[in-house]
Write a protein that binds this ligand. Structure first.
Ligand SMILES: *[C@@H]1O[C@H](CO)[C@@H](O)[C@H](O)[C@H]1NC(C)=O
Length: 245
């Protein structure tokens, strides 16, 4: 009998509505925007006002915040003000990595009758990470016969933040032999490379040490450095001994 009832019900689109109403669920959707790393207790918004609920209703209907699949409850409700407040550290990088948008889903639960209101919290990136090179020392061996305009690819610096808070530019310590060129790929990734602007002369300089700086576009701006170590190789290093014969 039960099977017949539900089977028949599936064919009737009003049934779905009926089942939802009879179970006491209604779904709304409120959304907020909050910067990551806000102090605990910071106010995200006034959810009582936004849902048109009286303050007394919150207590009488035992309002509480539940997570919607998240293991942590990042927000809480202050029953005396109706404010949605930060309850746990919200770190955008660990929640969403490099994703352009980061949304936390929570629910406001009210009883008598049971009611769920979905809450979407958009977490905004702040510049809490600095650019970093995977190695502190980047070594190159460059023959002194290398011609002007020769390019040497450098490893990119990484920044856990996104958008303008990620790496925006590179700077090379002023010197007469090299400049830096940044090739912005289609993906938006910025590949830095060393460009030889004045030929090397091993007789004058056997090695060079240059500080490379990666800068992000945050405010305040953050940076990371690595040292480029260039060993100048003799152009005749490989002259074969057997040539003498
Ligand atoms: C709720 O807000 C009131 C007024 O701002 C404050 O005094 C109280 O400490 C808050 N309660 C909680 C649990 O945060």
């Amino acid at each position: 009998m039960g099977n017949t009832f539900y089977g028949g019900c599936l064919l009737n689109r009003y049934c779905v509505l009926f089942l939802l109403i009879s179970l006491g669920f209604t779904y709304g959707d409120v959304s907020y925007s909050v910067a990551e790393e806000m102090k605990r207790g910071s106010v995200v918004g006034n959810i009582a006002k936004d849902l048109g609920l009286g303050i007394s209703t919150l207590s009488s209907r035992k309002a509480r915040i539940d997570t919607d699949g998240n293991d942590k409850r990042y927000c809480d409700i202050n029953l005396s003000t109706g404010d949605l407040i930060v309850a746990e550290r919200i770190d955008r990088e660990s929640l969403c990595g490099k994703k352009a948008t980061c949304v936390l889903k929570e629910e406001l639960v009210l009883e008598n009758p049971l009611e769920l209101q979905r809450i979407s919290i958009h977490v905004k990136d702040i510049n809490d990470n600095a650019p970093e090179f995977s190695e502190d020392l980047i070594s190159f061996q460059i023959r002194e016969s290398a011609v002007k305009g020769a390019r040497f690819s450098l490893t990119e610096a990484h920044d856990a933040d996104i958008g303008t808070n990620a790496v925006q530019s590179y700077n090379l310590q002023t010197n007469e032999h090299f400049t830096i060129n940044v090739d912005a790929g289609v993906s938006g990734r910025k590949h830095p490379e060393l460009v030889l602007v004045k030929e090397l002369d091993r007789e004058q300089e056997k090695e060079l040490k240059l500080v490379l700086t990666a800068l992000d576009g945050g405010s305040p701006q953050k940076s990371g450095t690595a040292v480029i170590h260039v060993t100048v190789l003799d152009a005749n290093d490989n002259a074969p001994v057997f040539m003498l014969f």
